[in-house]
Design a protein around this ligand. Structure first.
Ligand SMILES: Nc1ncnc2c1ncn2[C@@H]1O[C@H](COP(=O)(O)OP(=O)(O)OC[C@H]2O[C@H](OP(=O)(O)O)[C@H](O)[C@@H]2O)[C@@H](O)[C@H]1O
Length: 400
């Protein structure tokens, strides 16, 4: 991490992330740590209220050197102590059957989407081969984020792989799929948002910039588990929300570790509004961990599509818990077309899956997916067009 924890005052009250851990895991862990659930809940609520009331007005930080506010320090300290005391690996999101399930319709959507995706055969083959051989890919060592700020370096991805972890990861993946087939959805009888009554319980697509959202909206994007927001819309998140980026990194690199204790794919990190610079919007940020790695080492399309409903259901569970504790502060889930850019999954495939999740659980804030009217320009293309235009103009001038 780029920030130095040694400098963080240790006497602060502990707070919980909202929730950096898996559904239901906070309460379980709190119990294991000798605390009762009420205490954990109170801490959780307190942090949230504090964050929402955060004073504004500080100068915009240099995004290259994320700094910590007191609330962020507390959050990270809490996570650190949690991490230090936990008995073993974090429970995976599919280990808590009460809050995070995959339903039959989601599985159908997943398998349809997988079947539709171009990489189906290869993905299936990869998965089988990985599982049978327990292995995989070619990394010799793990370089724990040579660049603390999430910038990319050549060869960075390729050196990170760990066979043992991959085997573990694949096994978990298979287990959760198996577990999922044994469970059916349980509706929470207490309705919080009742979006179904507005007739808008599904995915609503809009044209526009994700970041133009008003306060109290959660912005959702797909993430890798390596602690990198180095490209695509993630890079934009890093620029606009340096504090959130710090917390994401903390989650991936300190609370977990990409090699020895990776953040499980299929989970979600929900980050409360934490930016304090002048004019910062009160945006929540949700990181859906749909692929372990990025770049050439990203998960197969089928695997990304299998992780997506789990991560999304995790998000809905976190929002519900949050709303039960402090009221429905979040008014809208606003997403980009997750997985469809650098993760190279067809948007329609992801959309089908999200739709299936929402059909199985109608109590959620409205879900709106924003896409830009035109794809962001590729600078190389623009450069070529300019050169061509200039040549044409010069030829015209010469002729006349
Ligand atoms: N302002 C805006 N408003 C609305 N929509 C916007 C937008 N700007 C871009 N989009 C669109 O948002 C979609 C997602 O496109 P992306 O390629 O970014 O994300 P993805 O989900 O496929 O892949 C995730 C990995 O990419 C990242 O970078 P790293 O590889 O890790 O460095 C992560 O960390 C992961 O690893 C595309 O449709 C873009 O047109």
């Amino acid at each position: 991490m780029s920030h130095n924890h040694a400098q963080i005052p240790q006497k602060r009250e502990r707070h919980t992330a909202i929730d950096a851990e898996q559904p239901g895991a906070s309460a379980q862990k709190a119990a294991k740590l000798g605390e009762n659930t009420d205490a954990a809940t109170a801490i959780h609520s307190q942090h949230t209220k504090q964050t929402l009331d955060m004073p504004k007005g500080r100068a915009r930080p240099d995004s290259a050197t994320p700094y910590l506010t007191p609330s962020m320090e507390s959050l990270l300290n809490w996570q650190k102590s949690y991490d230090a005391n936990r008995p073993g690996r974090s429970p995976s999101p599919w280990e808590d059957p009460s809050e995070c399930k995959t339903t039959t319709s989601e599985r159908t959507a997943t398998s349809k989407a997988g079947a539709n995706s171009k990489g189906k055969t290869k993905a299936t083959d990869d998965g089988q081969r990985d599982h049978q051989n327990g292995v995989h890919h070619d990394a010799q060592h793990y370089d724990q984020h040579g660049d603390q700020n999430g910038e990319r370096h050549d060869g960075h991805h390729d050196g990170q792989h760990n066979g043992q972890h991959n085997s573990q990861h694949n096994e978990q993946h298979d287990n959760r799929t198996e577990n999922a087939t044994q469970t059916e959805p349980q509706q929470d009888v207490r309705s919080i948002w009742s979006t179904s009554s507005e007739g808008s319980s599904g995915v609503q697509e809009r044209i526009g910039d994700l970041f133009d959202a008003p306060d109290d909206v959660v912005l959702v994007h797909a993430c890798n588990t390596q602690g990198s927001w180095g490209a695509g819309i993630a890079k934009e998140f890093r620029k606009r929300y340096p504090m959130a980026f710090s917390l994401y990194q903390e989650h991936c690199l300190a609370n977990h570790h990409p090699k020895s204790d990776p953040v499980p794919t299929g989970s979600c990190l929900l980050i409360p509004p934490s930016e304090e610079y002048s004019g910062a919007r009160r945006h929540w940020i949700a990181c859906l961990f749909t692929s372990e790695k990025y770049g050439g080492k990203k998960d197969s399309q089928a695997r990304i599509l299998a992780s997506t409903p789990l991560a999304f259901r995790h998000l809905l569970a976190l929002l519900k818990r949050q709303a039960r504790e402090i009221g429905p502060a979040i008014q809208e889930i606003r997403m980009c077309q997750i997985n469809s850019g650098l993760f190279a999954v067809k948007w329609q495939s992801t959309k089908n899956i999200l739709q299936a999740v929402l059909e199985s659980d109608v109590d959620h804030p409205p879900v709106r997916v924003y896409s830009l009217a035109t794809a962001p320009s590729n600078p190389n293309t623009v450069q070529k067009q300019l050169q061509k235009g200039q040549a044409t103009l010069e030829a015209f001038i010469r002729r006349h």
